[in-house]
Each structure stands twice: as C-alpha cells, then as structure tokens.
Design a binder for this molecule. Structure first.
Ligand code: PEP
Length: 248
C-alpha cells in the first residue's frame, strides 16, 4: 500500500500573529483532507498556531532544531522544545540552512537523530545546485546527501525525504517531469536498506510548487506529496495544492 500523502508548508521567516487567519481559513476550507497537511511556521508561531488547529487535521512542524537536547546554544531550539509546543515534524537540511548556516550532511544527520530521539518526524531535504545539474552530477549529489544526512534508526515512520533542487526554490522554475521522476526513483532505490521498508517512506518534491503545476507533479511515480514554500502562505493557494494531492 502506498504511504499516506503529505502536503507540507514551509513558511520560512514569514508570517506573524495576523497570519494565523490563513490557518483558520485553511481549516475551514479543508476540515478533513485525505492527505496529511502540515504547516511549519516560524517557531514563535507554533504555540499560538497549535491553539488554532488543536484537535483538527493540520499537523505542525519546526524549520530546524539543534543536535543537542539542551544547553548553552543561544538562539537555537531543541527538538523536545518543538515537540513541547505541539510540533510533530521538523524540516532539516533545507538548502537555505545548508547555504546560510554551513550545515553539512553530518550536521543534518545529527539533528535528525535528535529529532527522532524527541519523537519528531524529520523531513530531510536534499537537492542539487544549478551548477551541479549542468555538470550532470545531480544523481551523485542526491545519493551522497542521502547517505550522509540520514541517521541510524531512521524509519518510514520517523523520516520523510524532500527533493528540492536549489535552483527551483522560490524561482518559479521547476524541473521537467522526467527530471523529477528520475531523482525520486533514485531516492526510493537508495533508501532501501537504510530505513526499513523504503516503499513506505514519503518522498516529497519541493521547488516552486503552485496550484497550477501541482497536479502534474503529483501524478509522477514516487512523488508522495510536496514541500511548499511561497504558495503555502495563502490558504487559497495551499488549499488548491491540497485538493490536487487529494485527487492524485
Ligand atoms: C521551500 O523553501 O522549501 C520551497 C520549496 O519554496 P518555494 O515553494 O517557494 O519554491
């Protein structure tokens, strides 16, 4: 049986208390979606957002966590702290964190292990730069990121993989259907032996997913949902993506 599909929204450093109205609108429009719906807002919004979705169909997640459980790490957040305010997921190794904060595969793996220890599901992001794609290194890069970023103890229940080509994030550009399908097939194959039953690991595509291209992406083999940035900020847009995933 195919795993339950997942529509995940990454708000990045966007949104404030007023933006919680978008969550109210999303809940009202999609009270019982067939797919799992997840919003990863800035950490300061997790607690108030939890109050808006409590008991409902929307799960919450963080956008990063520290590899340690606690300690002198100013500005960082521990996985258990995310869990404590209602998160059940955390995005790790997003290309913006890899680029802006120098996160290596080893750092991502350590953070994912911390997330697992705290009972969170880790969404581990991988993706090639445009230069790597031009040099035809995409498959090698993705395989190596998967090998280095997935910790011991990863399972289909506690780990989701998001393929996000760096050049497609926030640019309005997307890979061809064949390019997405090729990488997703490689990821499914590569996960075998690493995460128990690899057929049950959710593989998300991310990078300029919009209401207008969602259906064609969700029709591709081994695509179990999406990690959505900009289009997750507005309930109307994200709602159309959720509807496309439900229909896939
Ligand atoms: C992302 O940041 O994970 C992302 C996919 O962004 P966007 O949908 O805006 O390209």
């Amino acid at each position: 049986m195919a795993p339950r599909k997942l529509a995940a929204g990454n708000w990045k450093m966007n949104g404030d208390l007023a933006a919680l109205a978008e969550i109210d609108a999303l809940v009202a429009a999609h009270p019982a979606p067939g797919c799992e719906v997840l919003i990863c807002p800035p950490a300061v919004l997790l607690h108030p957002m939890k109050a808006r979705v409590d008991g409902g169909a929307i799960a919450l997640g963080g956008q990063d966590c520290h590899a340690k459980a606690s300690g002198a790490h100013t500005g960082d957040i521990a996985a258990a702290q995310l869990k404590g305010v209602g998160a059940s997921y955390v995005i790790l190794g997003h290309s913006e964190r890899r680029a802006d904060h120098g996160e290596t595969d080893a750092v991502v793996a350590a953070k994912a292990a911390a997330a697992h220890a705290a009972g969170l599901t880790a969404i581990i992001c991988v993706g090639e730069t445009e230069a790597q794609r031009d040099r035809e290194e995409t498959l090698t890069v993705i395989a190596s990121q998967l090998d280095g970023s997935i910790p011991e103890g990863a399972t289909a229940a506690n780990t989701v993989i998001a393929y996000e080509p760096v050049w497609a994030i926030g640019t309005g550009r997307t890979p061809t259907n064949d390019q997405i399908a090729e990488v997703h097939a490689l990821m499914r194959e590569r996960l075998a032996g690493k995460v128990g039953d690899a057929s049950q690991v959710r593989l998300l595509y991310g990078g300029s997913v919009k209401p207008d291209n969602a259906a064609q992406i969700f029709a591709l083999p081994h695509v179990d949902g999406a990690l959505v940035g900009g289009a997750s900020l507005k309930a109307a847009d994200f709602g159309r993506i959720i509807a496309a995933l439900d229909a896939a």
